[in-house]
Design a protein around this ligand. Sequence first.
Ligand SMILES: [Zn+2]
Length: 262
Amino acid sequence: MEDLLIDRASSAKSVLLSDPGHSRYRRQLLLKGIGPEGQEKLRRATVLVAGVGGLGGAVALYLAAGVGRLVLVHAGPIDLPDLNRQILMTDAGIGRSRVHVARETLHRFNPEVRVDVVDDRSHEGNISDLLQEADLSVSCRYNFEERDLLNRASVTSGKPVVEAAMYGMEFYLTTLIPGATPCLRCIYPEFPSWDPLGFPVLGAVSGTLGCLAAAEAVKLITGMGQPLRGTLLYGDLSDMTFRKFRVKRQPGCFVCGDGDGI
Ligand SMILES: [Zn+2]
């Protein structure tokens, strides 16, 4: 794994050693479906956050309230136009590695979470190894190519993906569980033509979607509630429209099916 250039955190404390009463998590321990057992599941979990922009940053922040280990994957430094929405970044961090600043912010929020970072995009050469260490991933990249790559690797490895995407005031969210739900290409058999990086984004929308995606991940880890299995949630915050759509697995899907086409 060392050739993946994962910068591994070395000083994350043990939750059980530093906080034997789980007092940091007292309020969520009260939730039906979490409790001490669910909290322990969270502590033992590793979540891969693919993309740590406005959306992935909100996901990471809310998962840092209990998930034991996060792996953040995102290439490049912070730029000024990032700061209308990327809540883990700071003005003083402009020009610095985004994932390293994200780790510093997350450790100020919760020093007990282990945060490993990869200052790179996900690609064919690293995605399988990154997923191997994770229990699940959250897909937050701005381009469909990396989402497709993560979907394929997740189907191969059997790891769930929380799939979250947004444009302007709109978003969609679903949870992909290999063998049990559609994969990304069952839903989008044709490669969509997404705008390049630089599309319109309101921070409140990426933050809203990030919170929803983090909640999906917590449900998957703990077993509480009902994740969006086979259901796609669409939202338009311009008029607060929220709709759910059933999405079906396609037997002919060339990623998770027999490959004969849909
Ligand atoms: Zn499929």
